[in-house]
Design a protein around this ligand. Structure first.
Ligand code: ASP
Length: 356
């Protein structure tokens, strides 16, 4: 696979072309790999629900359906899992105990996007985002307006707080402390102090968490979704990167798609998903593009707080069906779920900074 990308670079250089554009437009000429590795659907979720989601999305792709239908179907499976405290129903709430969801969708074929932020009481924010995308001239709807819009389109309202997520929130309330989200940004605080504080409360779940779903269909069209309950115990009204096109998600039908999870504040400032797609346009593989985005963010912090290593995880795919996945730091390599005609597999990516 790498040799093909090298060939592409050679092709561009030898003809003096701007990186990417012509090669991708001429894909059918070189299209052997499309048959080999696409259709394809991937997600950052690697648990059993992630696998079920891949099977649901794959069924659509295998029957010749569109990437946009496949990503919606797959994301919905993850959103309704009550055990998952990072996405949709059962997600961890904001500091007032209210679950507020963010989601975005992008359809490469139509160069169209839709998103919702701070949406309450609706189990499938990705589907609301799709209606915003297809049935309005808007891209991002928030809060009460997004809820009213969803109601008008017949989405059912329900309480998204499960017993499990309510209990976790209560534990957090009981341990409320000065290391919540009030005060200066984390990268200007003593990160080690914050981390050691949380080590004293291992039973208090406190996390980021989101899912990205990206797909290429049989026509080579690409789509993606990012959906989340966002940062647990966030200040009410906080919007993360997931519903921001270019930050938590980006799709370019001629190149590929990328999605982000982790500290949304970093991803918004760096427009990380857009950056990854641009890197792929410049000839980088999805794996390299994910690592490039990590390095870019760490580089930005190096003069401000060199000890600050945030917790993003990036995934990316290109039109050929190549995949990439990287995280800033971790005690194990990041993984993502991949479903193609060859079955379900887990792709293992790289840790950007293993020594930290
Ligand atoms: N990026 C999401 C947010 O900041 C959370 C996550 O992905 O873990 O809301």
């Amino acid at each position: 696979m790498l040799s093909k990308i090298t060939r592409r670079n050679f092709f561009n250089k030898s003809l003096g072309l701007s990186a990417g554009a012509l090669f991708f437009k001429n894909l059918p000429v070189f299209g052997i790999r499309i048959k080999e590795t696409t259709p394809m659907i991937v997600t950052s979720h690697t648990n059993q629900t992630g696998q079920l989601a891949m099977e649901a999305g794959w069924k659509i792709l295998a029957e010749g359906g569109s990437a946009v239908d496949a990503v919606e179907k797959a994301a919905n499976v993850i959103e309704v899992d009550p055990e998952d405290t990072s996405v949709g129903y059962g997600g961890l709430p904001n500091e007032n105990g209210i679950v507020q969801l963010d989601a975005s969708i992008m359809d490469g074929k139509t160069y169209n996007a839709g998103a919702v932020a701070c949406l309450e009481n609706i189990k499938n924010p990705a589907s609301v985002a799709r209606v915003v995308m297809e049935r309005t001239d808007h891209i991002l709807m928030v809060g009460q307006g997004a809820l009213e819009f969803a109601r008008k389109w017949g989405f059912k309202e329900e309480d998204l707080l499960t017993e499990k997520s309510r209990k976790i929130w209560l534990r957090w309330k009981e341990n409320l402390n000065k290391y919540d989200d009030w005060g200066p940004p984390d990268h200007l605080r003593d990160k080690q102090k914050i981390e050691s504080y949380w080590k004293n409360f291992p039973e208090v779940e406190h996390h980021y968490g989101t899912t990205n779903v990206l797909a290429v269909d049989k026509n080579g069209d690409i789509a993606g979704i990012t959906t989340t309950s966002g940062l647990s115990f966030k200040i009410p009204g906080r919007v993360g990167d997931s519903p921001i096109i270019g930050a938590g998600l980006y799709v370019d039908n001629e190149i590929g798609a990328a999605g982000a999870t982790g500290r949304g504040e970093d991803v918004i400032k760096s427009l990380a998903s857009y950056y990854m797609v641009l890197r792929m346009k410049d000839g980088r593989t999805p794996q390299q593009a994910c690592e490039d985005a990590l390095h870019m963010i760490i580089g930005k912090y190096s003069n401000v707080n060199p000890d600050f290593y945030p917790s993003e995880k990036f995934i990316a795919i290109n039109k050929f069906g190549e995949t990439g996945c990287a995280t800033m730091r971790s005690n194990r390599n990041p993984i993502m779920s991949v479903r193609t005609g060859n079955g379900y597999t887990k792709y293992e990516g790289e840790i950007g900074y293993p020594d930290k």
